[in-house]
Design a protein around this ligand. Structure first.
Ligand code: ADP
Ligand code: GLC
Length: 499
């Protein structure tokens, strides 16, 4: 191996990590969890990583931040947009040690001081492309302002998909960042940031880039598509989903785009934050437990049953769900199956927020099945922990699932996942084998009401009739690990491939 190669393998990397949400500051789903855990683990591997995220309206209510750049001009199209940059360290524990990563917040009142991150509760903000295009440009501008040139610009999803494009533009103009590379991680390829072609001007996308092989998508601008085309590396959050995205059916309409990426498109399974999701020390629970001593899990189940006014019984299986209420999560075929599922000898608790039709359907069901369906419409982290801990099974019938974190939490809490065989779900859950009693969950293939209902029935029957098998599966599940250390090391290899 050449000296340079050996040197590159040991170099400390400078990584700027751009995300529209970061757990602890803003969160609507798993992207936020990743944007916290991955940078912390990269830092603990010795790299110089910094996060950039928007300064949303609620952040100053909970966090004291310092202004580090009072006024920063960001050139967008023909104008310059002025913002400020604030800073606070993100603190976390990795392998028992405190780790901190600087977070830079882009402060721009008009763009980010709104009630929602991406929508007003019903409709996406019509200027999302401008808001996040500006944010992506600001990511490069911060590096200039701090005189800190990263080796890697790591962006995430459509919101920051323009970072690789702006980087290439800067490099083509021979301005700066000539040695930097870009990695774009896709957490959800179903959301692509599609905007009317007219946005091209404010985003500074020249007409020659508004073509099929770059940004153009049925006459509109597709930010994710453009980002994929301009990024040096693209990855998604599980090998299973990467495989599906490379098929016409699983590509969310971007089959040719992924195909063109070839070797530069891969899957890295997310890790699970076992400091935050640890049944042995979880402060959100009435009692803690481990695979060797499950007494505490029974107490959590009791508490959960009490919370929803259910009869308190250890012998009735309890099925939990924590989910964004959206088509992606399989509600279109789950809802018609719910009366049959609730007809089984089981209790069901659901925590979720999102689309109105799904919330309304749960409202209606709850009126009919008061002692069997517990339903909480909203976002509640304490309850999410209690559901993971107190349920016997966890239902995730996703239509598609890039990775899925909830099934990983469930496994760690000995709550057996009932999942569809897609994306990260099939990479993390092991099918129950009736002949050996081994496995860590119950898996089905077809996205149909019949398949989900039958599989819930199978899980309930196993719980009732084969308690030794069920117990063995709980132990297997609780021992499975998907560490962020492993994932972070894979990201470092991906980065090094490009420097
Ligand atoms: P996705 O990002 O597609 O929503 P994931 O399984 O990757 O799915 O991550 C979901 C994350 O959001 C988990 O941390 C989960 O606990 C959390 N979550 C989702 N909905 C709620 C809710 N209503 N209340 C509390 N936490 C929630
Ligand atoms: C997305 C995906 C989810 C994944 C998360 C974090 O929200 O829907 O499957 O776990 O991002 O990568």
């Amino acid at each position: 191996m050449s000296f340079r190669k050996v040197q590159k393998l040991s170099e400390t990397l400078r990584i700027i990590f751009a995300s529209s949400e970061v757990e602890g500051f803003s969160k609507s789903g798993g992207l936020a969890d990743v944007a916290r855990a991955l940078p912390l683990h990269l830092k603990s591997l010795g790299h110089d990583v910094r996060i950039v995220t928007p300064f949303y309206r609620l952040i100053p209510e909970k966090h004291k931040t310092n202004t580090v750049i009072p006024s920063m001009g960001v050139p967008m199209g023909n104008e310059e947009i002025w913002c400020a940059v604030r800073h606070k360290d993100l603190e976390g524990t990795v392998a028992g040690k405190t780790v901190s990563v600087p977070v830079y917040f882009i402060e721009h009142e008009h763009h980010f001081f709104r009630h929602g991150y991406y929508d007003d509760g019903l409709h996406a903000y019509p200027d999302n492309a401008s808001r996040f295009g500006f944010f992506s440009k600001a990511v490069l501008q911060i590096c200039r302002a701090l005189d800190w040139i990263p080796d890697i610009f790591h962006s995430n999803d459509w919101h920051t998909a323009l970072v690789p494009f702006y980087l290439k533009q800067a490099q083509l103009e021979n301005v700066d960042f000539l040695k930097s590379s870009s990695v774009l991680t896709i957490h959800n390829a179903g959301y692509q940031g599609v905007a009317p072609g007219i946005f091209r001007h404010s985003l500074g996308i020249p007409v020659e880039n508004f073509v099929l092989e770059m940004f153009e998508d049925h006459g509109e601008i597709n930010l994710l598509k453009g980002g994929i085309n301009f990024a040096d590396q693209v990855n998604t959050v599980s090998p299973g989903y990467a495989e599906e995205m490379n098929t016409p059916l699983g590509s969310h309409g971007l089959y040719d785009t992924y195909l063109r990426k070839g070797e530069n498109f891969s899957g890295i399974l997310n890790g699970c934050d076992y400091d935050e999701w640890n049944p042995e020390a979880d402060p959100h629970l009435p009692a803690n437990f481990s695979s060797g001593d499950l007494k505490g899990k029974k107490l959590c189940k009791q508490e959960l049953q009490r919370h929803f006014g259910f009869p308190e019984s250890t012998s009735v299986p309890l099925i939990g769900m924590v989910s964004r209420l959206t088509t992606q999560k399989g509600f279109e075929y789950l809802m018609p199956a719910m009366p049959e599922i609730l007809g089984k000898d089981a209790q069901v608790v659901v925590l979720g927020s999102g689309e109105l039709w799904i919330a309304n359907a749960f409202d209606e069901l709850q009126q009919k099945f008061t002692k069997k369906l517990g339903w909480y419409n909203g976002y509640n982290n304490d309850l999410a922990h209690l559901i993971e801990a107190g349920s016997d099974m966890f239902l995730m019938p996703s239509l598609y699932e890039p990775c899925g974190l909830n099934q990983m939490y469930s496994l760690r809490y000995g709550t057996l996942p009932i999942v569809r065989k897609v994306g990260g779900l099939r990479d993390t859950v092991m099918q129950y084998d009736e002949s050996t009693g081994r496995g860590s969950g119950f898996i089905f293939d077809d996205p149909t009401s019949e398949a989900v209902s039958n599989t819930v029935g199978w899980a309930v029957k196993t719980f009732n009739d084969r308690p030794q098998h069920f117990q063995q599966m709980v132990e297997i599940a609780m021992e499975q690990r998907f560490t962020w250390k492993t994932a972070a090391e894979k990201y470092v290899s991906l980065y090094r491939k490009n420097i």
